[in-house]
Every structure is written in C-alpha cells, then in structure tokens.
Design a protein around this ligand. Structure first.
Ligand code: PEP
Length: 255
C-alpha cells in the first residue's frame, strides 16, 4: 500500500483555487504516494472535473443518515454523487466547534464506508491532555469509539492529529510521533484484528515541506493529513514528494 497524502482545505477556496487543483493534477501521476484533496463541498464537483481523474477528491464531513431533514448537512451518497472518493471524519475542528462525539464520528464513518468512500478518521489529544500525561488514554478512547467495526485498510485510514499541533507551526518530536503511532497500531490490531495491521496511520499537524521527509520516514507513519500547506499546489507537492517508496505492497485504495 502506498502512503496517502491528504489535503484538507477546510473553509478555504472559491473558483480561483481550482487552478491549484489543475497544478496538482498535472504532477500527481509522477508521485510515489496516493494524493487526495478535500476541498470545501461547494468546489467538489468542479475539483473532480479539474483533477481530470488524476488525483482523488474527497469531502470534509458527511452525515450518518442517507437522507432526511438535516439542514446544511451532506450525506455520504451525495459526496459519492459529486465524484468524491473519500471523506475526512471527526476532525478536531468538527469535534470542537460542532460538538461531534466519537459515537457520531463512528456512525458517520460507517455511512461513508457503506457508500464506498475511503474514510479518514481523526483522533488526537489537546495540549492540556498531553501536559497531564493523558494523551494515550484520550487517543485510545477516541479510536475505540470512533472506528466502525468493519473498518479495513481499503475503506479506512486513521489520522493522528494532536490538536495543539494543528495550524500552530508546532509538532511533536519524532519520538512522540513514533510512540503514538505505535500505540495506535496496537489499538488497531486489538480492535480490528488482521485488518488493523495494514491500516494506514496518517500524521497531521503543521506538516510542511521542511519537516515532511523526517515525519514521513518515522515508524508507523503511513502518510499525512495536511491543512495549511495543502492550499498551495507547490507546497503540497513538495510534501507528497517526500514519500519515496511503498509502505507495503497492497493495491491503491482511493483511485
Ligand atoms: C488539519 O487541519 O488537519 C491540519 C493538519 O492542519 P495544519 O496542517 O494546517 O496544521
């Protein structure tokens, strides 16, 4: 399986940003990783068209129901209909600003998987939780409660994103990243059995071209979830180029 480099544009981007998608698409085929871009929902269909099928496009959230009276929400089937191949779920900004619980994240991930989307399930501790030495307890709990039981490497990846590293320019040390990814791997194997052995664990939080090589070479890091540095194609591509080989031999999943 190749490393997955996923970009999260959050609430950034109008029509002009499609130029960045075109730039990415022009280079995406030369990369050793799988590239995924998650623009705002308003750009999804146009990003799919601009990508020319050369990189995968995904959503940033979906509802757990297939349809219904949920004003402002988007179902997994709607994402698929717009051409999305993947969806980010349980991002800390959704947990923090929309009060999403791990149970809701699990239901959303189940809906995404049933619709055929690759689900990226985010977990991560706050700064206070790390300072109190509770980071593993918090992440372990989020993992157990957020992952649908039928998750496997083809329909799911976990993103470890320490909340304090997101958009802050700060990152954990490589030792801290390796320790948490190793802990998540153990949790995945316990929760999912053999399916947990090959599931990609992405690191997210202030990944940029200058630190991508060392982070992506860290044990159990199977890719990256990138916010700010995914907004410019050149930076995002520089991060993607930091991936030089396969992390194991399975088929690609989001193309
Ligand atoms: C994110 O929001 O998922 C993220 C990792 O952001 P940034 O790369 O900007 O820290």
């Amino acid at each position: 399986m190749r490393a997955l480099i996923a970009g999260n544009w959050k609430m950034h981007g109008t029509s002009q940003a499609l130029d960045e998608v075109r730039k990415l698409a022009a280079k995406a085929q030369d990369l050793a990783c799988e590239l995924l871009l998650c623009p705002p929902a308003t750009l999804l269909e146009r990003a799919v068209a601009a990508s020319g099928g050369r990189l995968a496009i995904g959503g940033q959230d979906c509802h757990w129901e297939r349809a219904g009276a949920f004003t402002g929400d988007i179902s997994a089937a709607m994402l698929v209909d717009a051409g999305a191949r993947a969806v980010i779920l349980g991002h800390s900004e959704r947990r923090q600003f929309h009060g999403e619980s791990s149970t809701q994240v699990q239901n959303k991930a189940r809906a995404g998987q049933e619709a055929g989307l690759m689900t990226i399930v985010c977990v991560g501790e706050s700064e206070a939780e790390r300072q109190a030495g509770q980071e593993k307890a918090v992440v372990g709990e989020q993992l157990a409660a957020s992952l649908p039981p039928l998750s496997d490497p083809q329909n799911c990846a976990v993103a470890y994103e320490p909340v304090w590293a997101i958009g802050s320019g700060r990152t954990p040390t490589l030792e801290e990243i390796a320790a948490m990814h190793g802990f998540i791997r153990e949790g995945l194997c316990r929760l999912l059995g053999p399916a947990g052995e090959a599931m990609r664990i992405l690191y997210g939080g202030s990944v940029k071209p200058a630190n991508a090589v060392e982070i992506l070479a860290t044990a159990e890091v199977g890719g990256a979830l990138v916010g700010g540095a995914s907004l410019k194609a050149d930076d995002f591509l520089a991060i993607a180029r930091a991936v030089t080989g396969k992390i194991n031999q399975d088929a690609p999943t989001v193309r």
